[in-house]
Design a protein around this ligand. Structure first.
Ligand code: ATP
Ligand code: MG
Length: 400
């Protein structure tokens, strides 16, 4: 997806004369600003105009602005899409980011940020389609989120340009799973901290210099090995990293760990697919349910959310796929068995598909790729079993 640095033009959508004048006063005088378009006409005109950036009013018709944002970001990966609003707050920013906006600016206060955003805009390549961002999020710590994110990335990487981002800012350990030598510091490989420090000017070329190439063809950005080198990212930096990665790769797999923080919530807002990983135990399933509730309240489209059960051993039992489907009211779209080969793979820092491709977990992971790509997945049967009301806030006496 080669891009040039010729000055791109800037399109305006839904702006009245006052707002357009405010934009004109705020941006670099050398930029070409097109005349404002109506929301309804914008998509057809922009397909021909191919600007590098589009500024859309979020106030004139908020619904039309969000629909247009989704259409533009879906069709033109790498487009600098900016929302213009009279006021901004975190909830509004997330809704806009979910629709594909890179940022929301309030003028004239954010004039400097707008200039920066437009300075990084690049003309659209003819084939610029945004890659698919797939976020993996654990119902709780230790459920196998990193293991699954890494193995799924390895399933994609032989045929697709695949990037693996470590967004577990507490104790991310993608580096260990890929056996990458101590990233960070003066001599180590680049890390997520380097990416975040450069978030404002991150383009495809800079991103390419900050990824580590693994033998599997995964391009990974790990967390630094030294815990004190970790950055506390802003939502904006996270959104920029995701936008840059999805502009450059066909698949971006993100290990979100299990925390509820700005990084994971922003990722949940913008990801194309969100895999919630649970193990067959009550706390993990219950916390997956709580996460689903949170996502629903945050107006995340639950159609993008997919539940994965990891480390399931029918001989041992626990809360199985059918019970989980019953209580989460959604299918379990992948079941990865408990498998001793996993521990070996983790301890040796080798991919399971390399170490033991015939192991049950490796085979189940290979079969689960459809959850990443979005191909039709047969739903696991919903149980007719007894309700486990105590899982979701009741007591253990209920439903037994
Ligand atoms: N399918 C499986 N079968 C057997 N063991 C597994 C399986 N999946 C994960 N494990 C084990 O669980 C451990 C934790 O895995 P992993 O580090 O991927 O979890 P996590 O959810 O990322 O944890 P953290 O919260 O620390 O980030 C690993 O050491 C691995 O051996
Ligand atoms: Mg982890």
């Amino acid at each position: 997806m080669p891009r040039t640095h010729a000055a791109p033009s800037v399109a305006l959508v839904g702006l009245d004369a006052r707002a357009a004048a405010l934009v004109r006063e705020s941006v670099d005088a050398s930029l070409t600003l097109h005349a404002p378009l109506a929301y309804g006409d914008a998509l057809a005109v922009l397909r021909k105009q191919r600007p590098g950036a589009v500024i859309v009013s979020l106030d004139s018709d908020p619904d039309a602005a969000l629909v247009l944002g989704q259409a533009l970001s879906g069709e033109f990966g790498g487009l600098t899409l900016v929302g213009l609003a009279a006021r901004s707050d975190t909830a509004r920013l997330r809704v806009a980011m979910r629709a594909g906006f890179r940022d929301v600016v309030v003028l004239p206060d954010d004039a400097a940020s707008l200039r920066k955003l437009l300075a990084s805009a690049q003309p659209l390549a003819q084939d610029s389609h945004a890659g698919t961002v797939v976020a993996c999020w654990g119902g709780k710590g230790g459920v196998g989120t990193t293991f699954l994110t890494v193995q799924l990335a390895a399933e994609m990487s032989p045929v697709h340009r695949t990037c693996l981002l470590d967004f577990d800012f507490s104790m991310g350990d993608v580096a260990a799973f890929l056996d990458l030598a101590a990233p960070g510091g003066r001599t180590g490989a680049p890390t997520m901290s380097d990416l975040l420090r450069n978030a404002d000017r991150l383009d495809e070329r800079l991103l390419a210099s900050l990824v580590t190439h693994h033998a599997s063809r995964i391009h990974a950005v790990p967390q630094p090995s030294a815990l004190d080198q970790r950055e506390d990212p802003t939502d904006d930096a996270i959104a920029r990293v995701l936008a840059a990665a999805s502009g450059a790769y066909q698949y971006v797999l993100v290990d979100c760990g299990s925390r509820l923080d700005g990084a994971t919530l922003t990722t949940a807002a913008v990801a194309d697919r969100l895999m919630l990983v649970t193990t067959p135990d009550v706390p993990s399933v219950r916390n997956t349910w709580r996460r689903l509730q949170l996502l629903e309240r945050a107006e995340v489209d639950l159609g993008r959310v997919h539940v994965v059960l990891n480390a399931w051993d029918p001989k041992v039992g626990g809360v199985g796929p059918a019970d989980i489907a019953l209580h989460l009211k959604r299918p379990v779209e992948a079941v990865i068995p408990y498998d001793r080969a996993v521990l070996r793979s983790v301890n040796e820092g080798k991919l399971l598909r390399t170490l033991d491709p015939r192991s049950p977990a490796a085979q189940a992971i290979a079969a689960s790729v459809s959850v990443v790509t979005g191909a039709e997945v047969p739903a696991a049967p919903v149980a007719s079993g007894r309700p486990l009301a105590w899982l979701f806030g009741g007591t253990r006496g209920e439903g037994s």
